[in-house]
Design a protein around this ligand. Structure first.
Ligand code: ADE
Length: 470
């Protein structure tokens, strides 16, 4: 991912974003940081980029021309097809306050342009012409946008694939979302008469984990009552969904992992979306609540959702008949609740697939729909292949909402336990990540049902239904 920063002080951002983790990421070409000096683009022969504001007032204003030409230079470098759709972030105290959620959203972009203002601001006309997002890093005024851009870039870059090593990213993937970090201690055991909590020296990892969670909860309640309120709300929802755990496991897992974005909250149900996807998942206690949620959602921003998952059968006809959703797939949910790892068997090589296998997967798996989706899943690092004598014999992956799927074994390799081995492998991977493995079985797929049962999955009695637009 590439950051292009339009600034009058390129050395400031170049240096500021060239230490530690970001330096390592730049050297490994995982991210690119390109400062563009606005002054290089002024047509003024004295190199001026600012002038007095019309109508009078204190200070100087950055002029439109050099800013626009610096922007155009970046667009030209990116090529029009990429450049035209590149988001331009203007750092200003008038913008939306930057959050982790926004960082996640921005981290999905291939390129981002940051515009740093100075003096009393920038001529409004160029802002209208090029800016897509106005962002502030807090309610205070800095002397320029550079520090704010650096804060944003740091928070976004650490989310780019590969920037954090496993150990670092595992911490960010902790399930303690909406909770503050627990207190941490290092050597010595006693410092100025203060002791490390005894439990941390016990070696009992289960107890340590429980203690840390308790500390996180206590801290959040004390220091951030706003976050604590959100945490309690999510816990209550998880509890309610757990009354019929099997059919709601997709939603429960998203909530547990802090990966759910709330589209609509209602006293009697919820519509949520796996972050970064065009999927909406509906849970409602009764049909009236379901209809109410759908109406609220229709007034908001339904254009961003392409797939709708209804978890209550009484909502199927409502969605089918009244809201214009067309295709539908009815599934049962299979959930692996045992928590013990499964034997994968020996002699089969299973490894992460790289993009060169996208077409191979696409050719053997109908439901992948388009190659774009397969590529996206491979890039997310969640597609694995089984290899026999170096040749690909089958594959498995994880869908964007977190279910195990896309399991396929090539005809020549069937009846050798390769499907079961792939699935066992993926179950173990999820267990190691502290997740509850689940998959969705399309009604009528008896082969898949048999395999899930054999592996010890529990199958939901109820069905859920995926609706999508053609
Ligand atoms: N420029 C000046 N102050 C700022 C702030 N608080 N956030 C973003 N950009 C700024």
């Amino acid at each position: 991912m590439n950051f292009h920063i339009l600034t009058l002080f390129p050395e400031m951002v170049e240096q500021g974003l060239n230490t530690s983790i970001l330096k390592r990421a730049r050297e490994a070409s995982l991210i690119g940081v390109h400062a563009v000096n606005i002054r290089d683009y002024t047509l003024n022969k004295h190199g001026k980029t600012d002038d007095y504001p019309y109508g009078g007032g204190a200070g100087m204003l950055m002029q439109a021309q050099p800013v626009y030409d610096a922007y155009q230079a970046v667009i030209k470098k990116l090529g029009t097809s990429q450049g035209q759709k590149t988001r331009v972030v203007y750092l200003t105290p008038q913008g939306k306050t930057f959050t982790q959620k926004m960082a996640q959203d921005f981290s999905r972009e291939e390129n981002l342009i940051f515009l740093c203002g100075h003096y009393e601001g920038i001529d409004e006309r160029v802002l209208e012409e090029i800016v897509t997002d106005e962002v502030s890093i807090g309610d205070y005024v800095l002397t320029g946008g550079e520090l704010a851009a650096m804060v944003m870039i740091d928070a976004i870059a650490r989310l780019a694939p590969g920037v954090l090593n496993n150990e670092e990213s595992a911490r960010t993937e902790s399930f303690h979302k909406d909770l503050l970090e627990y207190p941490q201690y290092s050597r010595p055991e006693t410092w100025r008469g203060r002791e490390v909590p005894k439990i941390l020296l016990s070696g009992d990892h289960k107890k340590i984990e429980a203690w840390r969670l308790e500390q996180s909860i206590l801290r959040t309640e004390k220091k951030r009552p706003d976050l604590y309120g959100k945490y309690l709300e999510t816990q209550a929802l998880i509890e309610e969904l757990s009354e019929n755990k099997l059919i709601h496991m997709d939603m429960i897992e998203l909530l547990r992992r802090g990966e759910a974005e709330f589209l609509v909250k209602d006293g009697e149900g919820v519509l949520l979306s796996p972050k970064g996807t065009e999927i909406a998942m509906l849970y409602c206690r009764n049909e009236a609540a379901g209809r109410r949620i759908l109406e609220t959602f229709a007034r908001k921003d339904p254009g961003t959702v392409r797939n709708f998952v209804a978890h209550q059968t009484f909502m199927f006809p409502v969605l089918r008949e009244e809201t214009g959703w067309e295709e539908e797939i009815v599934c049962r949910q299979a959930v692996y609740t045992r928590g013990v790892t499964l034997p994968v068997g020996k002699g089969l090589e299973i490894r992460k697939l790289t993009e060169e296998y996208a077409e191979f997967v696409g050719n053997h798996y109908d439901l992948a729909g388009d190659l774009c989706y397969v590529r996206q899943r491979i890039r997310a690092g969640v597609m694995y292949g089984a290899f026999v004598d170096g040749l690909p014999a089958g594959f498995i992956g994880e869908h964007e909402e977190g279910s195990i799927g896309m399991l396929e074994v090539l005809p020549a390799y069937r009846r050798k336990g390769i499907g079961a081995a792939l699935e066992a492998f993926y179950v173990n991977k999820m267990l190691a990540e502290g997740r509850i493995p689940f998959g969705q079985i399309i009604k009528g797929n008896d082969a898949s049902m048999k395999l899930q049962e054999k592996l010890g999955f529990r199958i939901s009695r109820d069905t859920l239904c995926w609706f999508s637009k053609k």
